[in-house]
Design a protein. Structure first.
Length: 418
């Protein structure tokens, strides 16, 4: 089943498969993940998956920031409405603004969901007064109607169509929400031109239908809550599956933490939705339920996920072995006079570039520290042994910043200075 997994990991797998309950497996997961990180053969692959995770998290942070900017702009738009100070509207705009600036320690996705809900309330309050041009391009507004129940004025017999409300501000207070206009449906006549039904009068108001998000942030609101799509990604992407295994490994620790009262889940589906949005406690608590059928994952499903990850890891290790073999063959192919230090330098420089791609504010000393550690842990393989001073010469070629800008990086401690 596995071609290149080291015996250490195969033993770990065998131990978990002998465990009788999902709870026992969950309790052992932290040890299993530590073994993955410490094992020479799996550590480089795990580091690669971690790098992918950091890249995904960086994209999510950027999308979150763009989303908040978009929401801020739209709240400012609502403040321009002539009804922004109406008693039925003002508090909804203020609540949207407070939620945007909230300091609550919530997962970003859940916080963003809360902010967008409050924005929707504010939009609904303003939209009730009619489809204002300020909504153009970012909200779809529909029309609703109610029976005015005696609040409608008397209209001439020939009245029909849409008729403006004379004092929308005051009438809105009476109705309990904004109002747009009157709709008068003219009387119908029967035989001999005799009136058969009286005119019908409705009070129309606008109502929120949906947001129109720009393409740059649409995925934040569209896909983060799609459980089926997330499961598919979890089962095919090693970084996402590693992230999920890390969540499961917090099972024991989560027992000591109390759930937030407003983020409780009534069903497994609700708990899973909260989990993929970053609030993991309700999901992990489900594993403590007495009835095994109420658990999010059965014992066999949990073991299948672990085996799926080990298979992904095995494939990645196999690829890395093939690449190293190919690299060595290419070195021998160029003849005995080929300087392996040239190839080692290329490998080291490329590795440092990838580190800086995650954070270009890191100092050269920090990057060299990380390279030294990676070589010591066999996460990067070089043909020869090198002193730190050699890496310090190579780091200049990997640095993405112009030399004039490198001095602005924050000073950091490094290994050589303790």
């Amino acid at each position: 089943m596995f071609k290149n997994l080291p015996d250490t990991l195969l033993i770990e797998r065998s131990m978990m498969h002998r465990m009788e309950t999902s709870g026992a497996i969950l309790q052992y997961l932290p040890q299993f993940l530590q073994t993955l990180a410490r094992t020479k053969e799996s550590a480089p692959s795990l580091e690669g998956f971690e790098t992918d995770l950091k890249r995904q998290e960086k994209v999510q942070r950027q999308e979150m920031a763009k989303s908040i900017e978009w929401i801020t702009e739209k709240i400012d738009n609502l403040k321009m409405s002539p009804y922004a100070k109406h008693p039925l509207v003002e508090h909804t705009i203020e609540r949207a603004e407070r939620s945007k600036d909230s300091k609550d320690n919530l997962p970003p996705a859940i916080l963003l969901s809360s902010i967008i809900v409050n924005l929707q309330f504010a939009v609904s309050a303003v939209a009730a007064f009619g489809n204002d041009p300020l909504f153009e391009g970012w909200v779809e507004i529909g029309i609703a109607k109610i029976d005015p129940k005696g609040m409608a004025p008397k209209f001439p017999k020939n009245s029909k169509g849409l008729i403006p409300v004379k004092n929308r501000w005051k009438l809105a207070e009476q109705v309990g929400h904004g109002v747009d206009c009157w709709q008068v449906i003219p009387v119908t006549t029967g035989p001999n031109s005799k009136q058969s039904t009286p005119p019908t009068v409705y009070l129309l108001f606008g109502h929120f239908e949906k947001f129109i998000f720009p393409s740059s942030i649409e995925s934040v609101f569209a896909h983060s809550k799609d459980i089926r799509e997330w499961r598919e990604k979890r089962n095919t992407d090693p970084a996402t599956l590693l992230s999920f295994l890390k969540i499961l490994s917090q099972y024991e620790a989560s027992k000591k933490l109390s759930e937030l009262p407003f983020l409780r889940a009534n069903t497994v589906s609700e708990a899973e939705k909260l989990c993929i949005e970053g609030e993991i406690r309700p999901y992990l608590r489900q594993f403590s339920l007495t009835n095994l059928e109420d658990h999010p994952l059965s014992r066999s499903q949990l073991l299948n996920l672990i085996d799926t990850f080990l298979n992904m890891l095995d494939i990645n290790i196999t690829r890395m072995i093939a690449k190293r073999k190919e690299a060595k063959q290419s070195i021998h192919a160029v003849g005995p006079n080929f300087d392996v230090r040239v190839r080692d330098k290329e490998i080291a420089v490329e590795w440092m570039k990838k580190e800086w791609a995650q954070d270009n504010k890191l100092s050269q000393d920090t990057i060299v520290d990380r390279l030294v550690l990676a070589v010591l842990q066999n996460r990067i393989e070089l043909e020869k042994d090198y002193k730190r001073s050699t890496f310090e010469k190579w780091v200049d070629e990997a640095d993405p910043l112009p030399k004039a800008e490198r001095g602005y990086r924050p000073k950091t401690k490094n290994l050589k200075n303790g």
